[in-house]
Write a new protein. Structure first.
Length: 249
């Protein structure tokens, strides 16, 4: 299995913090946000065959500097083709390009701004049991938060029956994270999706479409997940992980 971490966005909602710095390198409890995601992936046993970090060209040098000074030497940087925001690929197209390059292999996909305390072992065991596209789930803390995410309805077996990206009127506060596992061959689905001219900047839009084409399953995380897209969520995650670090010291 290959792991792909998506960190190519420009994070306008976090300006001015991200005007000259990628969101994934903002500090959370004293260390770069991306470290928390990298730790989840690099600690897996058996290990991933490759770990790819997708970035944009504007911030590529900063990621190179981070990687050089980090302990995650198995991580490969793969920048998108354009450094201009108006020409950026979007997360779905960037994912499709990487999958096309790496060939037929199972893929673990994580957003570089989704932080959680669960280990990934249970999620991957569930994926291998189903051998079908799988997405991590958690409960949003409010309806307002659910509106900003992807609401999900699942069956007793975990199969997703409804998936709505950024719903105006959420049916539930159960939401999907950008933590996905796909079996080999997902590149064909990504290619078809893009050929339809559908949205390329929100990975949830791809899952919204995919669950109507084939079975997609949801796996419940045991704890909350911070999808860091606003100043408020950034501060909340920083406070939680700082407290968690103090409590475990």
């Amino acid at each position: 299995m290959i792991a792909i971490i998506l960190a190519g966005g420009y994070a306008k909602r976090l300006w001015p913090l991200t005007l000259d710095k990628p969101k994934a390198l903002l500090p959370i409890a004293g260390k770069p946000m991306i470290n928390y995601v990298a730790e989840k992936v690099t600690s897996l046993d058996p290990p991933m065959s490759r770990i790819i970090l997708s970035t944009n060209l504007k911030f590529h040098f900063q990621f190179q500097k981070w990687l050089k000074n980090s302990e995650y030497h198995g991580v490969e940087l793969m920048p998108e083709k354009s450094s201009k925001e108006e020409e950026k690929l979007g997360a779905v197209r960037a994912l499709a390009d990487i999958v096309e390059k790496i060939g037929e292999e199972d893929v673990l996909v994580l957003a570089g701004d989704n932080l959680f305390t669960d280990k990934l072992d249970g999620f991957l065991r569930f994926f291998y049991e189903k051998h079908a596209p799988t997405i991590a789930l958690y409960y949003a803390r409010s309806v307002a938060e659910a509106k900003r995410g992807s609401t999900v309805v699942i069956s007793e077996s975990g199969k997703i029956s409804e998936f709505a990206e950024k719903p105006k009127h959420p049916k539930t506060t159960l939401v999907g994270a950008c933590v996905y596992a796909f079996p080999a061959g997902i590149g064909k689905r990504l290619k078809k999706y893009l050929e339809l001219g559908l949205a390329t900047d929100e990975p949830g839009r791809f899952i919204e479409w995919l669950h109507k084409q084939e079975p997609v399953y949801g796996y419940m995380l045991e704890s909350y997940l911070w999808d860091i897209g606003t100043i408020h969520s950034y501060k909340a995650a920083d406070e939680f992980f700082a407290k968690n670090s103090r409590d475990s010291a």
